[in-house]
Design a protein. Structure first.
Length: 414
């Protein structure tokens, strides 16, 4: 799996200073029907929590492990874009920045500039800029704490999650400016690229985590309002900036994950019409153009990690289908007249993972089937009338202490 780029603009810095419109309503973190989540399933979360409260022993190992992970998360952070040693070209450390992972010093140039691309080979220089790593750590900790609060009601977990969210998004001294002008820069070529937007895909987990904080004393209506305002500005940048438009036009996994973020963030800030439009277009624009009638994903197969990228893009398309359920857009069942669809892409990959067929494309770093297992389990639920459940019986079972068992209401199956 890869992680791309980011950027900046004076306009967005000014937008950050301008307060949110006074009439903007607070969108609650939850409703009577369950937590306000978009990638996670509210009904399954409700059912799993009720099972925990009823003393369901089968979920005890997963709940114990979640509690342990939450104890560790209580010590995490705080995380902030201000902690990096590097300074963005804007001179403002509040601007997120990162370096393109697959670009290396030019061996034919005395100063190594401009960098040259070596697809699939990650340059360790990228870790000198800590924003990407810290955003991932913040996301992981917030998600873990929010889940622990949802299942246990322990206010300490909600309080810590709120602290981490405020530090990254809201506190004037530590917050990130809502744009990615300086993501995945290539030394000697640019100060940021549109592809950097793939690095913020983790923020779709953040908005779901916020939905799990319903009823906590720590996450206030003002916090909710302020975070909505941040994501509104970020969404505006995604739709209106040149780099955002470049990523929207991407034909491969970058376009998939751009759509996923727009749909998730739009739902979070109460713009269901934006999410619906993106999701309705995703059928013909993403699924119909990325998948061949035989299920191949050509733009992912041309990469040096063709298996990993094929899995990654299919995971993104399945995530789009999940979010589509929130607004009545069926991408699980979408199929072009010549048969292109999510199921066809999965069916193309499965024989290599289950039947020992040799993968005919490049895969740097070694090939392994495990990445497709979660997608197969999802397919067994979404397409119950097909043969996927029988295929699931052929792969390793989910460990009893895997937190994924808390996110599903099903009692049976691996």
């Amino acid at each position: 799996m890869t992680r791309p780029i980011m950027r900046m603009t004076l306009v967005l810095v000014l937008l950050w200073i301008v307060p949110a419109p006074a009439e903007q309503p607070v969108i609650p973190v939850a409703s009577g029907s369950g937590p306000r989540v978009f990638l996670l399933d509210a009904q399954q979360l409700q059912a799993a929590r009720q099972r925990v409260r009823n003393g369901d022993k089968t979920l005890e190992p997963a709940l114990t492990r979640l509690r342990q992970e939450a104890q560790g998360a209580l010590k995490a952070g705080p995380f902030s874009v201000m902690h990096k040693d590097a300074t963005p070209p804007s001179g403002d450390k509040h601007d997120y920045m990162s370096q393109a992972p697959y670009w290396w010093p030019n061996p034919d140039a005395p100063d190594g500039l401009p960098y040259v691309r070596r697809d699939g080979e990650r340059n360790p220089e990228i870790y000198k800029i800590t924003d990407h790593r810290d955003m991932g750590r913040m996301t992981e900790a917030v998600e873990t704490l929010a889940l622990a609060y949802w299942f246990t009601g322990d206010e300490a977990h909600a309080d810590k999650a709120a602290q981490l969210l405020r530090a990254w998004f809201l506190d004037p001294a530590t917050r990130m400016n809502p744009h990615l002008e300086y993501g995945q820069a290539v030394p000697g070529l640019n100060t940021g690229r549109g592809t950097g937007l793939i690095e913020t895909i983790c923020l779709t987990q953040v908005v779901d985590a916020v939905g799990l904080l319903a009823g906590s004393k720590a996450w206030t209506s003002q916090d909710q309002r302020d975070l909505q305002a941040w994501f509104s500005r970020f969404l505006q940048w995604m739709q209106e900036s040149q780099k955002g438009k470049e990523e929207a036009a991407a034909k491969n996994n970058h376009g998939t994950y751009y759509d996923l973020q727009v749909a998730s963030f739009a739902l979070f800030v109460g713009r269901a019409e934006v999410a619906t439009a993106v999701l309705q277009a995703a059928g013909p624009v993403r699924i119909g153009r990325q998948i061949e009638p035989d299920g191949r994903q050509p733009l992912e197969l041309e990469r040096t990690r063709a298996w990993s990228y094929s899995i990654m893009n299919l995971r993104g398309l399945m995530s789009l289908a999940r979010i589509g359920e929130n607004v009545g857009v069926d991408l699980w069942g979408f199929q072009t007249p010549d048969g292109r669809g999510i199921r066809k892409a999965l069916d193309y990959l499965l024989p290599f993972a289950l039947d020992g067929r040799k993968w005919p494309h490049r895969q740097l770093g070694g090939w392994s089937p495990e990445g497709i297992y979660p997608l197969l389990r999802t397919a067994a639920i979404r397409y119950p009338n097909l043969d996927y459940q029988a295929m699931v019986s052929r792969i390793p079972a989910v460990a009893p202490d895997d937190r994924g068992r808390l996110l599903r209401a099903e009692r049976s199956g691996p």
